[in-house]
Design a protein around this ligand. Structure first.
Ligand code: ATP
Ligand code: MG
Length: 428
């Protein structure tokens, strides 16, 4: 490996100008770059030329330390290999749902990709009150393609195992294991929460049943190598069009990618819809508009799930050549294979509540909250929302999936629990 070079504005412009394929993307003219990394981990440069004011290229580079914490907090640049290889995989299996990769350098830990100039981050869009449109279904479909193409639904067992060992991502998984599943639930100095929920945080930390359920969700995250995950599939990792009727959801930032339980991605997404929904009416803006947005976000949970299940069904019935469900095994018993697919999907649905419950809780009492809650300026109002969320999370973690659930209704109990919280905000 050659010696690592961290780009600055000057060197990154020189590099892009000298690379014919990148130059072709940004066009002729003098190149300028802007560092837009609002992120905690990496630097990101966007390019313009003096002949174009529409950026077409973004270059993201990992630094050998956690950016927000500075050079004193080392973090290997390996994470950019996981992000780059994931993006390349996504480009192959879901090209309409991710930015196009143009170039990358694993030694220097950067990837250059399409700048989505008409898009914005979904979380910000929801906080401002923009309609969700079809984004939930689109993200669910993306997750289905990732699941199908990275698992033994489509791969041979040796192919799948080779993929598992390529995507171990120990450092970033360790961050999630600590910051999602562990540290928020005891006294750990990095935890932050709204003082208005002091008593609720203490109650969660001493809730034995809840902590057992969180530990089980953590065990699933740590040991279930079901499929390649995005790894951080919250509304801050999705971009949607700024306006218009088509949302064109595009997934970014897969640096936490690893082989884990599919319900971790779906549960994280559902949790962030739940947070977005409950935050809506505490945010500024026309109350009627906020109620509409809230209802959309509650519906987004079954929509994401149905996008996921419909696409899995489509892909798996079209081609079941992977080693999980070989044709000879079913011996022409189509109903048997269909029942197995249903059981398989129900097992994922059953795990979405626990995984999503952990995500909700850690956003209320762990190291990083989310913009939807931070945008609520009044601490008491934010506390009311957070108490509702903690009650929803507890129910998601502890209440089993209803026995009679059919695959297409298998997460209705999760959205129903949000509706209960909305209907009686004081009783949580
Ligand atoms: N392909 C893209 N097109 C347009 N904007 C993008 C693109 N990729 C990233 N961005 C913008 O850059 C920001 C930072 O990107 P990203 O989230 O990938 O970086 P990060 O350093 O990993 O951040 P975080 O700390 O949130 O994980 C995004 O929030 C988004 O606003
Ligand atoms: Mg990131």
């Amino acid at each position: 490996m050659s010696e690592f070079q961290a780009f600055d504005i000057e060197s990154v412009c020189a590099h892009v100008g000298a690379d014919p394929s990148l130059r072709a993307i940004i066009g002729p003219g003098e190149i300028t770059a802007k560092e837009i990394g609002d992120g905690n981990l990496n630097q990101a440069f966007v390019f313009l030329t003096d002949r174009s004011d529409r950026p077409a290229l973004i270059l993201k580079q990992a630094l050998p330390y956690l950016r927000v914490a500075g050079e004193g907090w080392p973090l290997t640049r390996d994470r950019m290999r996981f992000e780059t290889e994931s993006l390349l995989f996504h480009n192959r299996i879901a090209p309409d749902s991710v930015p196009k990769v143009f170039a990358y350098d694993l030694d220097n830990s950067w990837v250059a990709m399409e700048f989505l100039a008409d898009h914005e981050v979904l979380r910000g869009s929801l906080i401002r009150g923009t309609p969700l449109r079809d984004a939930a279904r689109e993200i669910g479909e993306f997750s289905a393609r990732l699941t199908y193409h990275s698992s033994e639904m489509s791969l041979s067992a040796p192919e799948k195992r080779a993929m598992v060992s390529n995507y171990t991502n120990p450092e970033l998984c360790n961050l999630q294991e600590q910051f999602v599943f562990t540290n928020p639930f005891f006294r750990s100095e990095e935890n932050k929460w709204n003082p208005a929920i002091d008593a609720n945080v203490a109650t969660v930390r001493s809730d034995a049943a809840l902590k057992r359920a969180i530990a089980m969700a953590k065990a699933d995250y740590m040991s279930n190598t079901q499929a390649l995950l995005h790894g951080d599939l919250h509304t801050g990792s999705v971009m949607v069009t700024k306006a218009g009727t088509a949302s064109e959801a595009s997934m970014i930032d897969p640096e936490f990618a690893f082989y884990g339980p599919v319900a971790y991605d779906l549960g994280t997404l559902m949790a962030n819809f739940a947070i977005g929904a409950l935050a809506q009416t505490a945010l500024d803006g026309d109350p009627q508009m906020r109620l509409l947005r809230q209802a959309e976000l509650v519906r987004a949970i079954p929509q994401a799930w149905n996008g996921f299940t419909a696409e899995i069904e489509r892909l798996w019935t079209l081609d079941a050549s992977g080693d999980l469900a070989v044709r000879d095994y079913w011996g022409g018993d189509d109903a048997g294979f269909a029942a197995f697919r249903s059981d398989y999907l129900l097992s994922i649905a059953a795990a979405c509540g626990p995984q999503g419950g952990c995500e909700i809780l850690r956003r209320c009492m762990g190291i990083v909250s989310v913009g939807d809650l931070e945008a609520i300026t009044d601490a008491e109002r934010r506390g009311t929302v957070e108490r509702q969320l903690i009650a929803v999370a507890r129910s998601w973690l502890l209440d089993p999936i209803p026995d009679a659930a059919a695959p297409d209704r298998a997460v209705d109990h999760l959205s129903a629990r949000i509706e209960t919280a909305i209907a009686s905000p004081g009783s949580n």
